[in-house]
Structure formats: C-alpha cells, structure tokens
Unconditional design. Structure first.
Length: 391
C-alpha cells in the first residue's frame, strides 16, 4: 500500500498543542507551526481502526492488558534493533518525562547531582531542577555539523553524581550514538556508580542508514546500570495516546522501580495504549519505512533550499527523527533578534535553540514532519525575512 504524506491536514480546533496553543505560546495564532515534536501526517489507518473497533463496544470499563501487547513490543524491538528483551524487564509508564521524574524521585534525594548533556531536550533540566536536584552539565562538542560526547569533561564532573539522563537518539540534533560511545559511557558510569536513564523515544526513526543501539544492549556494564524508556508515539504520530514503556534488565533496579510503580498503579496502562501499540508494532513497519523515506526527502529539501537560497542558515543533517537543527549563527543576530526574525518577520513557530541550553544559542529546531508544500512555504517565508534584514 502506498501511503499519503502530502495531504495537508487542518489540525486547528482539535485541541492540538502544536496549533491551538500558538496564541498562548507565541502571541500569534496565525503562525506556520513547526515546533512541538509531533508530525502533521495522519496517524496510520490501522491504528485508528483498532481503536474504533474497541469503541464499537458500548462499555468503557476497567480493562486488562491484551494478551499480545508485550509480545508485540518484544518482537518489534528484536526485529528493529536485534535485541531480545525478556518479558519481566518491561513495564508500562505513563509518559517518558514522567518516567524520568519517577527515577529521579526514587533513586536520588534532594541536593543530589544529575548529569545532562546540553544542548538537549529541555525537560531533562526542568524536571531535575524542579525536584530539587542539582544539574551537572556535560556539554556536547561540535564536530562537523553534528555533536560528539566529551568524555574527558565527563570524567572531571562525574564523581558524586547519581544519575545521567541520556538522549538516545539525541534531541534536538538527531545524533545516533555509536555502539562504541555508548559502551564507553556505560563503562565510566558503571565504574562511578551512576545510573543511566536513556530516553529512546526516537529510536525507531533512523535516517540515511543509521543504526540505533538500545543502551542496555551494548554491554554488561550498560545492562547493570541502564533504564531505557521507549514508545511508539513519535514514530506513529500518536503522542496523545500515552503508551510509553521501560526496559530494566538489572533485577535490583527493576525491583525497586517496578514495585514502586505497581504500588502506585502507575504501571497500569489506559485502555487505549495497548491497543494502539499492538496495532503499530504488528502492522506498522511498511508505513514507518515510507514515512522515513518521505522525511529523508524533506531533509534533503531543507538542505538544498538553504544552500541555494539562505546560505546563512545551515541545517545539520539528523541521523534520526523528523527534527532538523538549524545553525543560524552566520546571521549575526542575538537571541531576541533571532526569535523576532522567525516569529515576527517570517511568521514561523520553531523551537528556540537556547531552550535546550545556552549551548543552543544561535540555533533553531525545525520540525519537518509535515507535507513538502508546508515546508516549502516555511522556507520561502524565512528566505524573504532573511533577505529583508540583509538589505
């Protein structure tokens, strides 16, 4: 079956965060929305149909987990990532950011130090600080239009830290970390007694031949200290159906974490999460592959357009997901001026690079999970705005 990613779907009025919060977030409801990380493609029909079949029954009472829920997750991970997860390693969690908060609350205490690697997904910092823990930064190093980990700096700050939050693949730059780097990270953290929480929500969206590695699969060290969070929601564009899961191979970590989840009934999924997940993982690979091909073409389109028309804006090629990290530093604008260029002049809503840490200064995060026509319109607007400030 050939799926359609070109149709523009009007999401306004559907209580969409991406569209219906523009007025409150940006002060203008009429911007072209390319910020929050969900896609504008239709959620696959087989997921919608599976949910509709359940809704054909007139009673929405207490439910048990469908028999094929966890087998579908296990089989998907093995097929996509060559990693066999044992059933007891798995639990439902009510969202990945919530899961990070649970781990911080359970495995650290106020005042403890938690490592993040900026520029990085901003809730890592926000949740840590909001829970009274101290953020320790291990900034990434720029390397030819991508990032690499700074292991030397990490060694200098890791002593006394309890936890490291890893973005794997990396958000916002879409870096797929190599197996060697993940093994090195795991060895260092294992030696220093640091738990690694790996956010792998973008793991099923590798681009241009990249090969994602589940953190706990790379070594015995990683298996001993790793807590992995995943979900089908980014890949299949169903973020509103919270259907995240955790993988914890270490029995001691697992017992502490999962008994706490169970006591609070936080491991019990809502009725629709297992239905949507099973449909996605059992039927979704052809859709996923076509979607990724379309996203790759969108990446190339952005690269070609900027190279030909806005050379001051340099897109970094992502190795995963539908987010492009735009290097706008050659424009020579400060933080306020850059935001005004995008919002007030180009009338575009993107994520401000400094949201991800001061290391993101001069960057903007562009969501390309949309039709090519929308992307073309956005870049035309940006080109015109840049030309206006250049004259």
């Amino acid at each position: 079956m050939k799926y359609d990613f070109d149709t523009v779907i009007d999401r306004r009025g559907s209580d969409s965060l991406k569209y219906d919060a523009l007025e409150s977030r940006y002060g203008d409801a009429d911007l072209l929305s390319l910020w929050v990380a969900d896609m504008d493609f239709a959620t696959p029909d087989f997921i919608i149909e599976a949910l509709q079949r359940r809704l054909d029954h007139p009673v929405l009472g207490y439910s048990i987990v469908p028999e094929d829920y966890w087998p579908s997750v296990i089989d998907w991970i093995e097929a996509r990532h060559d990693y066999r997860v044992e059933p007891e390693w798995l639990s439902y969690i009510p969202g990945i950011v919530k899961g990070i908060g649970f781990v911080i609350d359970l495995f650290t205490k106020p005042g403890d130090k938690v490592i993040i690697q900026p520029p990085v997904y901003h809730p890592f910092r926000i949740v840590t600080e909001s829970m009274g823990r101290k953020v320790v930064n291990n900034p990434l190093i720029e390397a030819n239009g991508t990032y690499r980990m700074d292991f030397e700096q990490l060694e200098s700050v890791i002593d006394g830290c309890k936890l490291l939050i890893l973005s794997n693949p990396h958000n916002p730059a879409g870096v797929v970390w190599s197996k060697e780097d993940l093994k090195r990270l795991a060895k260092l953290c294992h030696e220093r007694g640091v738990i690694v929480v790996s956010d792998e929500i973008h793991s099923d969206m590798p681009l241009f031949g990249a090969d994602h590695h589940v953190f706990t699969s790379v070594s015995k060290d990683a298996e001993e200290i790793g807590i992995v969070f995943g979900a089908p929601t980014k890949t299949f564009n169903m973020a509103g159906v919270v259907s995240s899961y955790s993988i914890v191979p270490n029995p001691e970590l697992r017992e502490k974490f999962y008994s706490w989840l169970e006591a609070s009934e936080l491991c019990d999924p809502n009725m629709f999460a297992p239905i949507a997940t099973t449909a996605a993982f059992r039927q979704g690979n052809p859709w996923r592959e076509q979607m990724l091909e379309y996203v790759e073409e969108n990446v190339r389109f952005v690269e070609d357009y900027c190279g030909e028309n806005i050379p001051q804006v340099k897109p970094w090629r992502p190795q995963a997901s539908f987010l492009v990290w735009l290097d706008c530093r050659a424009l020579g604008l400060n933080h306020k001026e850059l935001n005004e260029l995008f919002v007030k002049e180009a009338r575009l809503a993107l994520n401000d690079g400094e949201m991800f840490g001061k290391e993101g200064a001069g960057f903007m995060r562009l969501n390309i999970g949309c039709s090519r026509a929308t992307l073309r319109l956005a870049l035309n607007r940006l080109k015109e705005a840049v030309n206006n400030i250049s004259h």
